[in-house]
Design a protein around this ligand. Structure first.
Ligand code: IMP
Length: 422
């Protein structure tokens, strides 16, 4: 398999987990390169549902090696829980999982700060997952973070953690929040460090050797293009580079070793959390929620829903260099008589062809829609291109063309078998 970077082309929750699982069949190694347990990838295998947060979904296939790369932020208690949970479901987690020494560690003060900052923002809150992601990446950028290499060495962890807890407790006292107990946090995190130590490795060197022997590597993106800290709808974003470049910095694999970028997008648009969503629409929201669809895997929150936004996905193609597309959740549109696609934005009478960087401007953008006739029949039984109703095929071709990349996969359900390859 060509070394493949897989990214979300929208606001996250594009169904990447399932596509990664399908592509993993041909890969030897699967790497997570950014984000933390704010992500939630749901994968359905043989009728069993697995929800993964930090561990790459490659773990569900025997014989694959999964890497949690240096660009991620790791909540050790959450990760330990995920490993224990998978083992309880008879999934092997041992030598097939490697954790980067240089990934940063999420501590309870990060989660507390995340919650406090959100509270302080009031109506302007970001709507974070409250997993401490932003404050942890903040410490990394400020060079005051604690890394996995420290977590697994109690003699290093103790002084570093002591200083961080002292510093953060002063902030908590100022906010009238109960300070953290250093002894309690140290105990808990040192134990987690001991549990995780056998998985810890220099993953950059491991991946370097893997590229030399031409092992197929899949870089699994978390969140989506418009949640990227640089290219997303700032400040309503997450704190990592969710776009293709993040796969290089977050793994240590250089750009010229990457062979293709696949973008995953839903046949419509969703977003969790706050921030502008130009094509948000009550009709499609009510319809999808009525079907029990579009509730978050990590927080259970109802996702905001809208029509497919080709202005956004075109932008995603530009920023990520998307070569190939996987369109998911086509079956979500099965009951609609008419389907809308946003082909451009307007502010007043002015045409806006790219997603504006100014968030106030983006909030003012009104979508201009092109309408497509719905196919009004179930697509979930389709297994090949020819099984799809002609109107569904036309719709898929049109959104791929507007996005500017080659359609490779269409997904009509959460199961592995509910996948059409072109
Ligand atoms: P944080 O990553 O928890 O800081 O949240 C920042 C923003 O990213 C919020 O709008 C979250 O809802 C969103 N977000 C974070 N992780 C995911 C994800 O896995 N899927 C979709 N949205 C996410």
């Amino acid at each position: 398999m060509a070394n493949t970077i897989l990214v979300g082309a929208q606001w996250g929750d594009e169904g990447k987990g399932k596509i990664i699982d399908v592509l993993t069949e041909d890969a030897e190694i699967v790497v997570r390169t950014q984000g933390g347990n704010n992500a939630g990838h749901t994968v359905l295998v043989g009728g069993k549902k697995y929800v993964l947060h930090l561990i790459p979904s490659g773990i569900l296939r025997p014989g694959k090696t999964c890497v949690i790369g240096n660009g991620t932020v790791i909540d050790p208690i959450g990760l330990m829980g995920e490993i224990v949970g998978l083992r309880a479901m008879n999934i092997k987690v041992g030598k097939n999982l490697l954790i980067s020494e240089t990934a940063h560690v999420v501590f309870p003060y990060h989660r507390e700060l995340d919650a406090l900052r959100e509270l302080g923002k009031g109506k302007k809150k970001i709507g974070t997952t409250k997993r401490g992601i932003g404050p942890c990446y903040g410490d990394k950028a400020a060079r005051t973070g604690i890394r996995v290499v420290d977590l697994v060495r109690p003699e290093r962890l103790e002084p570093l953690l002591k200083a961080k807890i002292k510093e953060n407790n002063e902030v908590f006292r100022a906010f009238g929040v109960k300070p953290l107990s250093f002894a309690k946090v140290l105990n808990e995190y040192a134990a987690a460090g001991k549990f995780l130590a056998p998985f810890v490795a220099d993953t950059v060197v491991y991946l370097h050797h893997a590229t030399q022997r031409k092992a197929g590597i899949l870089f699994e993106g978390a969140q989506g293009t418009f949640l990227d800290i640089d290219h997303g709808t700032y400040p309503y974003v997450t704190s990592s580079n969710t776009t293709a470049g993040g796969a290089c910095t977050g793994s240590g694999v250089p750009p010229h070793r990457m062979h293709r970028v696949m973008g995953v997008m839903k046949a419509y648009t969703t977003r969790v959390g706050e921030g502008p969503l130009p094509t948000e629409d009550k009709e499609i929201s009510d319809m999808l929620h009525g079907l029990g669809r579009e509730f978050g895997a990590t927080t259970g929150r109802a996702r905001r829903c809208g029509w497919f936004d080709a202005v956004a996905t075109r932008y995603a193609t530009m920023v990520n260099g998307i070569d190939e597309l996987a369109v998911t959740n086509l079956d979500g549109l099965d009951t609609l008589k008419t389907i809308k696609v946003c082909v451009e934005y307007r502010i007043g009478r002015r045409r806006v062809e790219h997603v504006p960087n100014n968030i106030e401007q983006l909030a003012e953008c009104k979508p201009v829609y092109q309408e497509f006739p719905g196919w009004e029949t179930s697509t979930s039984g389709a297994r090949k291109w020819g099984d799809l109703p002609p109107k569904a095929r036309s719709y898929l071709k049109a959104i791929a063309q507007m996005t500017g990349a080659k359609l490779k996969i269409a997904s009509v359900g959460p199961g592995r078998e509910e996948t059409i390859f072109l």
